[in-house]
Each structure stands twice: as C-alpha cells, then as structure tokens.
Design a protein around this ligand. Structure first.
Ligand SMILES: Nc1nc2c(c(=O)[nH]1)N[C@H]1C(S)=C(S)[C@@H](COP(=O)(O)OP(=O)(O)OC[C@H]3O[C@@H](n4cnc5c(=O)[nH]c(N)nc54)[C@H](O)[C@@H]3O)O[C@H]1N2
Ligand SMILES: Nc1nc2c(c(=O)[nH]1)N[C@H]1C(S)=C(S)[C@@H](COP(=O)(O)OP(=O)(O)OC[C@H]3O[C@@H](n4cnc5c(=O)[nH]c(N)nc54)[C@H](O)[C@@H]3O)O[C@H]1N2
Ligand SMILES: [Mo]
Length: 565
C-alpha cells in the first residue's frame, strides 16, 4: 500500500474498492472501512462482478463483466476528462506522458464502455462524479484486479486513475493493494523473488553481487598486496524462474529438483492435473511443512517447520509495517524454525560449492574464510542485524526498536529515521509519475458453445487456501465443511436444479462435483468456486495462462459448462 490502513480509514472521503472482497478476506480492515462509511459518511464505490458482503454498505455497486476492468477505468477517466474534473496542477507538476495517455482514454466513450463492461452509462457517470468530487479518494484492490493476464496493466491503469485525480502522496488517498498472506510483503522485501536480493536490489548488478558476496563470505579480499580480490564462487547474476514457471518447467527439463517451503501447489496452482503430472516427474522434492498436505504425497523428504505461534521473528504487513511475533507455544517433536532448517541446508550447500576444485575435479581443503560460518545465526535478532546492514529500506528497523513498540513502516533508513507511513509525498521513486496508455485486452479463455459459462475462483471467509490449517479446525468445519459453488437463480432454473443441490462443473482440463449455493451473489452466466477442499477444488479446472510480466495466472476467468451431478 502506498498509504496506511489508519489514514485511509480516517481521511478518505471516498473508497473505490475494485476486485477486493474486503470484509471476507481482510476482515479487520474491512471493519475499519465499514465504520468509516457508517459513522463518518465516507462514500463507497465497489466495482465487482459479485454482490459481495461489502456492497451492502456501498453508495454504488458497479457490476462489471469479469475481465473488463481496463475498459471500466478508461471509461471513468474519459468522463473525468470530459467534465474537466482532473487535477491539472498535479498532472502538470508531478507527472509526464499525459497526452499519449489521454489519446488512449479518449478511445473509451461511455457507450462503448457500457457495451464491453455491461455497466449502464448512467452508473458510469454517477461513479465518476463520486470518485472525482471526493477529495481524496482511496483506491483499494486485491486479486480481482491482479489474477488476470492483464494484471499488471490493470494495476497501471489504477495508478493512472489516482494520478489523474491528484490522489497520490496524501493521507486518505493512494494506491492500495491489499496483500494476502501475513508476511507476503516481508517475503518480497527479503528477496523471495527471482530477480532481486533483499530490498529489491537487482541480481543482475555486479555491485550488488559484490556487496552480498562480501557479506556472505563468498567473496575473498586478496590476502597479499599483489593478489587481487576474487570470488570463491560467484553469486548467480541470472534472473531465476517465478513459481508459476518452475513446476511447468519440470517436464521441459528446466527444473530437476524442488525445495518447497509452506506452499501447497497441488491445491493452489492452476490446472491441478498438469501439476500432479509435473510433480510426479521431478527428480527430487523437499517439502518443509507444518502439516501433511496434498503436496506431501509427492515429496522425497519432509522437513518439519514450526507454525507462527511457535517462533520469534517479524512479519511485514500490507502497509509495510514490520511487526514482532514471539514464541507462545513450544514446538512439538523435532520441528524446527524455518530459518534454522534453511541455514543448516545452506551451510552444507555452501561447503560443497566452495570446497570443490574445478580444475582437479576434486574436493580441497579451504584456507579461505569459510563462507558457511556466516550462516551460523544465533537467533532471529542476529538475522535482523544482517538485514539492517544489507537492505537499505530496513536499515533502521531493529528488534530493539520493535521491542520498544515503535511503529515502523519501511523505508526506514537509519535508527533515527521514523519510518514512512505514506509513500510518494513529494515525488515518485522514478521522479515524475508516468502516465501509461493502457488498452483493454479480452481474457485468455472466453465462453463458447462447449463451455458457455464463466467460473471465477477465490476464497470464503471461513477457510484458508488449500485448507491444510482450517480444515483441521473443528469449529470452522462445523460452520463450513464442504465446497459450495455459487450459482445464480436463473441458471439454477435453466439447469433444472429444482431442489437438488449437486452440480458438475467441467472445463477443458478437468471436472469437479460440488454442492450449489443458489444465490444472487453471482450474475447469470457466472459461477464462483473456491479451492479449499481437495475433493472439489476449483484448480482442477483453472488454466495456466499467465500475465506476461508478473507471471500470475488468470484464476479469475475459466470457461466452464455446468450440469446436474
Ligand atoms: N478468509 C480468508 N482470508 C484471506 C485468504 C483466505 O484464504 N481466506 N487469503 C489471503 C490471500 S493470500 C489473498 S491474496 C487475499 C485475497 O483477497 P481478495 O482478492 O479480496 O479475495 P478473492 O476471493 O480472490 O476475491 C477477489 C474479488 O475479486 C472479484 N472479482 C472476480 N473477477 C473480477 C474481475 O474481473 N474484476 C474485478 N474488479 N473483480 C473481480 C471477486 O468477485 C472477489 O470479490 O485474501 C487473503 N485473506
Ligand atoms: N483458483 C485459485 N487459485 C489460487 C488463488 C485464487 O484466487 N484462485 N489464489 C492464489 C493466491 S493469491 C495464493 S497466495 C495462493 C496460496 O497458495 P499456497 O501458499 O500454496 O496455499 P496455503 O494453503 O496457504 O499453503 C501454505 C502451506 O504452508 C503451511 N504452513 C503454514 N505455516 C507455516 C510455517 O510457518 N512454516 C512452514 N514451513 N509451512 C507453513 C500450511 O500448512 C500450508 O500447507 O493460492 C493461489 N491459488
Ligand atoms: Mo495471495
């Protein structure tokens, strides 16, 4: 998020929630937003094909056809420009490339947009007026925006929208993607991405490789004057594969072994049949888990990690805030903290790599400083010391400050730095904000005669992804114990459900049977399924078409046929 949850909830005059089921998937923040609407009179525009719970609080609900967000946003911006509601000062002082962008937006008059999105013209005008006249408006989104082949383009168009209205760098404004897992932000910040080291330092930069090589002991300074500095071995400068490229890369011979920590790809990756086939053919699979999962059947080695309640360390949340967690429960059996397991493996791998003499083809004794010694962390506080030294945006975020209950959001460069609740207040990271001309592109898989309906997928309030954790909770299972598929009453009538409740949903890749929930939450022609139960997981049906930049699958649109089971 460019902003913080507090300032958005306190100061936004309007919220534009697009592709986020906020009350079910971010219930705490969802409550803050509902209170702002109810008690402070903030306006709320929701753009979502489904009638999700938060629409009950909405001033206006736009029910666009799935996969038409760019047309919708361009249509709203067309009206804003037509009416002269744009923030001319902000555009002049803080942005560039406005004319090229405007030329594209002008291709999206309301009538054309209504045809693409199925949102009536009057609603487009009403939405544009609410969002442009409320100063500031905060934009909030989640997977309804990103899980498309146009995920990156959708996000860029939302940035266009907020720059056009001058809503950047202000309390109550901003571009606010609501991140999913408790520490997905922290995982990215720490370099859990194929192209960067911690704090987004590129793996392709020699300077960065040298910096990390020295810190991790893989780089040796010349001992004598005449010796030059050298690498014991080079940290790779090659950009790696994303997670959605790795597993499909197995049959292509790109990947020979996998080390999976805390993921359950058999449940969560698209096109489960293909995933199973790939995992069957990988040479070696190590899985670090806290429970047996659908994926553990494919593992050669299982490593027992510990859960959040059994470890000490930090999580970084959606607003870039770093928070301490402390061990509250003793881990069972031989379970060990994930960081400990990883560093024990790293030490052994590093020993292997650094002691191998390529010239002689044999192992040798090493007189250089042993790199694996660097990985002997005493505890997570020692890891944080290393982060402070190597990741500039975390430079001043120390365990001591967090223990003193300081509220720290990165960038926080030094121990005297107060942290940064709002980004881009004076300028953008690249200087001026660049308007990007973005055109509508239809989804990868569209309904046809054989598969005439659209399936959208996501989560429900009661369960968490593959359900390894939530399906083990008796209380939760009493409330929600099998996959429900949302079906519109019109479609139920056409199917002849007539009191029966089992449906079979089939795509080009697979088929599931589940109980139907006949409800107006989905429009006619659309069903909504989740991936919480192995016996009826939506991912048996989804396809692996990816956004070309972010490589995120188009989970939100699959062509299906629905029948009585
Ligand atoms: N209870 C619970 N909470 C969770 C999770 C969980 O598993 N369970 N998972 C967490 C994680 S990792 C994540 S990423 C977040 C996800 O949080 P969300 O993204 O809010 O959750 P989704 O269920 O993916 O639904 C996104 C919304 O997008 C809408 N949508 C579908 N297609 C389109 C479209 O084409 N355009 C637009 N504008 N909207 C569309 C759907 O109707 C839905 O309301 O939730 C987090 N919170
Ligand atoms: N069809 C469809 N598919 C989707 C999505 C969708 O909207 N639609 N959403 C996608 C999104 S946004 C996400 S984030 C993914 C989520 O996909 P996954 O991350 O694969 O799903 P989880 O079930 O959260 O898996 C996490 C695993 O980690 C284990 N675990 C929990 N805590 C710890 C720990 O501390 N240490 C270790 N080692 N393991 C732990 C849990 O037991 C669980 O099996 O699913 C994606 N898949
Ligand atoms: Mo997620």
């Amino acid at each position: 998020m460019s902003n913080s949850m507090d300032d958005v909830a306190k100061y936004a005059q309007a919220f534009f929630i697009i592709g986020s089921n906020t009350t079910e998937q971010h219930p705490v923040f969802g409550t803050m937003l509902r209170r702002a609407v109810r008690f402070r009179g903030a306006k709320l525009v929701v753009a979502d094909p489904r009638k999700i719970d938060i629409t009950e609080f909405a001033t206006l609900h736009l029910r666009q056809k799935p996969g038409t967000d760019i047309a919708l946003l361009n249509g709203l911006m067309y009206i804003i420009l037509e009416k002269g509601w744009e923030d001319k000062t902000f555009i002049e002082e803080r942005t560039e490339n406005f004319d090229e962008f405007k030329a594209t937006v002008m291709q999206y008059p309301p009538e054309k947009v209504a045809e693409i999105t199925r949102v009536p013209v009057e609603q487009l005008y009403e939405a544009a007026e609410i969002l442009a006249s409320s100063k500031p408006t905060a934009v909030l989104w989640a997977m309804g925006i990103t899980q498309h082949i146009v995920g990156v383009r959708n996000v860029m168009d939302l940035a266009n929208f907020q720059m056009l209205l001058g809503n950047m760098g202000k309390p109550g404004g901003g571009v606010n993607p609501l991140r999913g897992q408790n520490n997905v932000q922290g995982a990215c910040d720490m370099g859990g991405l194929p192209n960067v080291y911690p704090a987004y330092q590129p793996v392709t930069s020699n300077e960065v490789i040298e910096k990390f090589g020295k810190a991790w002991g893989t780089y040796e300074r010349g001992k004598k004057k005449e010796e030059s500095d050298s690498f014991i071995f080079h940290l790779s400068s090659k950009v790696g594969l994303t997670v959605t490229e790795m597993i499909p890369g197995i049959p292509e011979g790109k990947i020979k072994s996998l080390y999976i920590l805390g993921e359950d790809p058999v449940m969560s990756d698209p096109d489960t049949n293909h995933i199973r086939h790939c995992l069957e053919s990988v040479d070696f699979l190590v899985l670090q888990e806290i429970f047996p999962s659908e994926t553990s059947a494919y593992a050669d080695v299982l490593l027992p990690g510990v859960s959040f309640a059994e470890k000490t360390g930090t999580f970084t949340n959606t607003e870039r805030r770093v928070q301490m967690v402390r061990r509250a429960v003793e881990p069972p059996g031989d379970a060990k903290p994930d960081w400990w397991i990883t560093s024990e493996i790293a030490k052994r791998v590093l020993f292997h790599l650094s002691s191998f003499d390529e010239g002689k083809g044999e192992r040798r004794r090493i007189d250089l400083e042993a790199p694996w010694a660097k990985w002997d962390y005493k505890d997570t506080s020692a890891i944080m010391d290393e982060i402070n030294a190597l990741a500039p945006s975390y430079g001043g975020i120390t365990h001591a400050r967090l223990e003193a209950e300081e509220r720290l959001q990165w960038p926080c460069l030094t121990v005297d730095h107060p942290g940064t609740p709002i980004l881009h207040t004076k300028q953008f990271t690249r200087g001026k904000g660049k308007f990007m001309p973005i055109d509508h592109v239809p989804p990868a898989e569209r309904p046809d005669d054989d598969y005439p309906m659209v399936m959208s997928t996501g989560r429900v309030l009661y369960h968490w992804h593959g359900g390894t954790m939530t399906r083990r909770s008796q209380g939760i299972m009493q409330v929600y114990n099998e996959a429900l598929v949302e079906v519109n009453p019109d479609d139920a009538l056409k199917l002849g459900l007539n009191g029966r409740d089992r449906v079979r949903i089939t795509s080009r890749r697979g088929s599931i049977e589940a109980k139907a929930w006949v409800t107006e939450r989905v429009p006619p022609g659309m069903v909504y399924a989740n991936f919480h139960f192995p016996e009826a997981s939506a991912n048996e049906l989804t396809h692996a078409s990816l956004d070309p930049v972010a490589k995120i699958p188009e989970y939100k649109i699959t062509a299906v046929k629905v029948e009585l089971a």
